[in-house]
Design a binder for this molecule. Sequence first.
Ligand code: MIC
Ligand code: SF4
Length: 699
Amino acid sequence: MPRTAVQKILAEHLTDGTLTPGEQIGIRIDQTLTQDATGTTAFLLLEAMGVPRVRTELSVSYVDHNMAQFGPENHNDHLYLQSIASKVGAVHSRPGNGICHQVHLERFAAPGKTLLGSDSHTPTAGGMGMLAMGAGGLDVAVAMGGGAFYLTCPRVIGVELRGRLPDWVAAKDIIITLLSILTTRGNVGCVVEYFGEGVASLPVPARATCTNMGAELGVTTSVFPADDVTRQFLEAQGRAGAFAPLSADDGAAYDRITKRLHAKRDAQTIAAIRRHCTDVAVGDPDADGRVAVSFGHVVLDLAALEPMAAGTPSPDNVCRVADAAETPIAQVAIGSCTNSSYQDLMLVAQVLRGRTVHPNVELAIAPGSRQVLGMLASNGALADLVAAGARILESGCGPCIGLGFSPAEGEVSLRTFNRNFAGRSGTRGDKVYLVSPETAALSALSGRIVDPRATAAEWGIACPRINAPEAFAVDDGMIQPPAPPEQAEQVEVFRGSTIVKPPAGEPLPDRLTGEVTITVGDKVTTDDIMPAGSLLKYRSNVPEYARYVFNAMNEPGEPTFADRTLAVKDAGRAGIIVAGDSYGQGSSREHAALCPMFLGVRVVLAKSIERIHQANLVNFAIWPLVFADPGDYDDIDRGDELVIDGVAEAVAGGETIAVRNTTKDSTYTCRVELAPRQRQILAAGGLLNATRAEGSNRS
Ligand code: MIC
Ligand code: SF4
């Protein structure tokens, strides 16, 4: 049977189950990555599991998120991470060395391998032909300890690329176009695989832009083939030995994909599917006006693509840049793990060379890595950027995670990032557009959103051709190898007082009586649940960070979500969150489960829950339940008492469970959508307890 590239990597790493889409499988993880904002917890959990040395081929601990260092918390975390990595056998990438995904692509990613990272944009390395997935820190800790990673065997969405991108149209426009077709909803349990003759025209960093922002589709990961372009990139990084070819076999079949969409509300999406997909079939509307839309695979004619933008509040809120043109802007930020490669920033430098940013615009540029920054510095491009008035930020996440450079009230900010959730920039009511570096650079000069094709022609700027460098300036001086095993015991781990041991989970009671302490709508993100920005510094202190769960939804002068939920816990009852569709979109931060668990949340009842967050809930012993009839959501209010009987049996093997609302005197049937291993984890009171129990059974 001809196989897709994804099937090949899965088959080679399979430890449990069979490769049947929808079934639970376990796979061996070759490499892991952690970053400081999730990594501190991940390493604390690794310690709690009693794992003395990592058992992967490679584990890298990066510091790139928490760099502001207001107070001792961040530096405490950095020193803890540096010392624990050395002790347990992980490589440490020091602050200043760059954003984890960019550095990993440059220095460690390898075709055909598996990578698990405690960051949702880990799929960036899919641009190198890797099966790279995001997960919670606890799952990554288990993988560091040599444990398999369990996932749903994915359906593979084929995306065929044809032709070449025109001038001023970029990889970012490919992925934003794909978001307009597949949206951020309904792609859980799928992987995107790119194929077709158009692939060869895209350099590795452009491929990585597509796979990076594939995270916004909600897919498990995205994968490109590994071809001569990949080989050349690895050679230029001095890593020719890491190359292995990867592609789908001729005649490999991609899965037929079915999405349930609303015939009217989703009319634009349905039109995009009709325009860009093969073998489209649209079913008859049901009573709610929903239709089943199915298709064979997506076809993108690169030559026909245009500059695109995605406006607050969602990466799938897509329009043509031409349609948003003329909107005045006050800020432009270029960087993040999506668009901060050498080629991206060289293009920006050439557009800005000899010109000055518009007087109404502040421009910030954060190079993705020390390698990128170093190369720009030595070839003079950095001087061009500085001369143009750009504010050069350090190589890290910075504004992408709301750490500085927040826009003024009411002003429009253009960013080359991947997320534009409301308030993520640090300003309430923000208006952020996600765009390509091309659109960002020309708009920064113009003071308004411009279609780079039209403006470049008006200004007589030729589209810069930035060839892939023959040799990158490789310098791994800020990447520290771990202590050799025989010296590991002597390594003293730095433990600051702001680093607090994460709490452990507990099994659910068989009769669960709880109170709904919040009801939230559709597409609630983990940024909504557990805000980052200036609160990031509390990541390694769960009791402190938990005070801010659902912070933006708290009313001034009223008890906070944390207060209400703790009061319910103190009364011996469970806290319950009721949510709409796609609950827990966005980041992998397990604090969005860990902190609610600390407050006493035991159940999340939603119309649907996103993959990484669903796994994090189970890992921290919170029961994710899904309404069998989404209409029941409307019946529940904050303060309602819910009672669930027969929890143990339902967790062990039940497909549905009755949830009684004693306040409203109604009963809802809810689906128990748990993979077999998740049932064991929940029954044990979370992954940490389950892993410890497995360890003691083995010994
Ligand atoms: C993000 O982009 O939201 C983050 C910050 O990188 C998160 C990780 C985190 O919350 O620490 C992610 O994408 O997983
Ligand atoms: Fe960092 Fe932003 Fe990338 Fe997350 S999306 S890893 S915050 S640069």
